[in-house]
Write a protein that binds this ligand. Structure first.
Ligand code: GLN
Length: 480
């Protein structure tokens, strides 16, 4: 889609201004129902589009992404625009700077249509934890779009943007992509700078693309990847042009199928069949299918749901009613008896949502003296074990496949009363974050439920910084 738009732009068959206006029209028609966007930046976007049109008229060379409208998850900072992270505590907060990924996209003249909905501070699997709205699944509006990047995935699926950025801490790019029928890539930890991403759990967080095709995801990745002096964990230099690695030839590629990913009780039988068919398809394409074992997989979810809240409790301490966002400070001035701690407590009590509070409390508990060894330290040990198992597995295979999520999109409201059930939606995605591996979800079929076709995603995981091979394997499936 990106290349087609690019061709049309440089051949002057369409202007970026028209393309951008068309997207805003579609948003106006459809987003009342889908509710993918939290805010739109019409003037800002059209200004940029017109400036790209001028460049084209002058015969200047433009990048593939120039003039092409995209959507940005609302936990990524864009200078001068509101960034809420889906929380009331940042309701009126305007970012004073650009995230590194935004800076990079701006250098390529990308057009930003608006900011998309997410679970509050990216904590959730359905966008139902957003303080603002629930994003509907474009395939069935009685179902969730997935989360936390549900707004971005739904915007791509409903064609309300050409591509989008999401963030993935435990599956937030891949799971909504699976639910909405989009392609979602979580890059290797350290490939894309996290500077300007509102932190959830810093040792897991990565920004990545959600797109209509693997090629589009590769094009975006090539432009957002690379080391950054503002993020010491972004270590890889940006030399690879990922879209040029998509040959579609996967003969001899070794694909690992972990037994554990198919033994779980929660795996929907129809999803299981679709994934097994996808694996057979790979075999027909010339890949070698290898049975592998990842025995510690069964501890992945528990490990994630210990370490993640610990990091959340630390990262969210900054939202204290003093430095960022909303505050009950004004009330404090009226009531002279309020002390500093009251400002912290009351601001956080009033403006943070239930799930965010739950995780802050869990994390604080797991980090407290006496429990630290029992929970946090132990989880870190299991994390090392999981990572080692992947290292061993990748001695034998090039990529590992399985389902992205155990079920297709579930009904709105179905899991909101039971957080543990909601957490189970992440069972297949958290391992890649625990180990820091790159992983992609691609559409591989659909399940027919209540008369609707609901997309099912296939997850492929690659070696550390093995995005070239991973993307090529995904691309091969798509074009087969
Ligand atoms: N659904 C997972 C969670 O709630 C993942 C979130 C994410 O990747 N941001 O933690």
């Amino acid at each position: 889609m990106i290349k087609e738009f690019h061709e049309k732009l440089i051949n002057q068959e369409i202007t970026s201004e028209k393309l951008t206006e068309d997207y805003f029209d579609k948003i106006e028609q459809k987003d009342g129902e889908i509710q993918a966007y939290l805010s739109l930046n019409k003037e800002f976007a059209l200004d940029k589009a017109r400036s790209v049109d001028k460049k084209i008229k002058k015969g200047e060379e433009i990048d593939l992404l120039a003039g092409i409208p995209c959507a940005i998850k609302d936990n990524i900072c864009v200078d001068g625009l509101r960034v809420t992270a889906g929380s009331k505590i940042l309701e009126n907060y305007v970012s004073p700077y650009d995230a590194t990924v935004i800076k990079k996209l701006k250098e390529e003249d990308a057009v930003f249509l608006g900011k998309t909905n997410l679970d509050e501070f990216a904590m959730g699997s359905s966008t139902e934890n957003s303080a603002y709205q629930t994003t509907k699944n474009p395939h069935d509006v009685s179902r969730v779009s997935g989360g936390s990047s549900g707004g971005s995935a739904a915007a791509v699926a409903a064609d309300l943007c050409a591509y989008a950025l999401g963030s993935d801490t435990g599956g937030s790019i891949r799971q909504p992509s699976s639910f909405c029928g989009a392609v979602g890539l979580k890059p290797t930890y350290g490939l894309v700078s996290r500077y300007g991403l509102i932190a959830m759990a810093s040792s897991f967080d990565q920004i990545g693309p959600i797109a209509e095709s693997v090629e589009d995801a590769a094009i975006v990745l090539s432009r957002i990847a690379g080391g950054d002096k503002n993020d010491s964990t972004a270590i890889k230099s940006a030399e690879t042009v990922y879209e040029n690695c998509l040959t579609g030839d996967i003969k001899g590629l070794k694909i690992g199928v972990p037994k554990e990913y198919f033994a779980g009780v929660g795996l929907d039988p129809e999803v299981k069949n679709i994934i097994e068919d996808a694996i057979k398809k790979y075999e027909k394409m010339g890949a070698e299918i290898v049975d592998i074992r990842l025995p510690s997989s069964e501890y992945a979810l528990a490990t994630y749901y210990i370490i993640m809240p610990c990091e959340v409790s630390s990262n969210l301490a900054r939202f204290d009613g003093i430095r960022f966002g909303q505050s009950i400070e004004k009330e404090a001035v009226i009531n002279e008896n309020l002390i500093l701690q009251d400002i912290f407590f009351k601001t956080r009590a009033k403006y943070l949502g239930k799930e965010v509070k739950r995780r802050i409390m869990l994390g604080t508990y797991a980090l407290s003296a006496g429990y630290y060894d029992q929970y946090y330290k132990k989880a870190q040990k299991v994390r090392a074990l999981i990572r080692k198992e992947f290292e061993k597995a990748f001695d034998k295979v090039d990529v590992i496949v399985g389902p992205t999520a155990p079920t297709p999109a579930f009904k709105i409201g179905e899991k909101t009363q039971n957080p543990l059930e909601m957490y189970l939606a992440d069972i297949y995605t958290v391992s890649a974050n625990i180990a820091g591996l790159p992983a992609i979800s691609i559409p591989c079929g659909s399940a027919r439920i209540e008369g609707k076709e609901l997309p099912v995603g296939l997850q492929l995981m690659g070696k550390w910084f093995g995005e070239e091979r991973l993307l090529n394997a995904a691309h091969a499936f798509e074009i087969y």
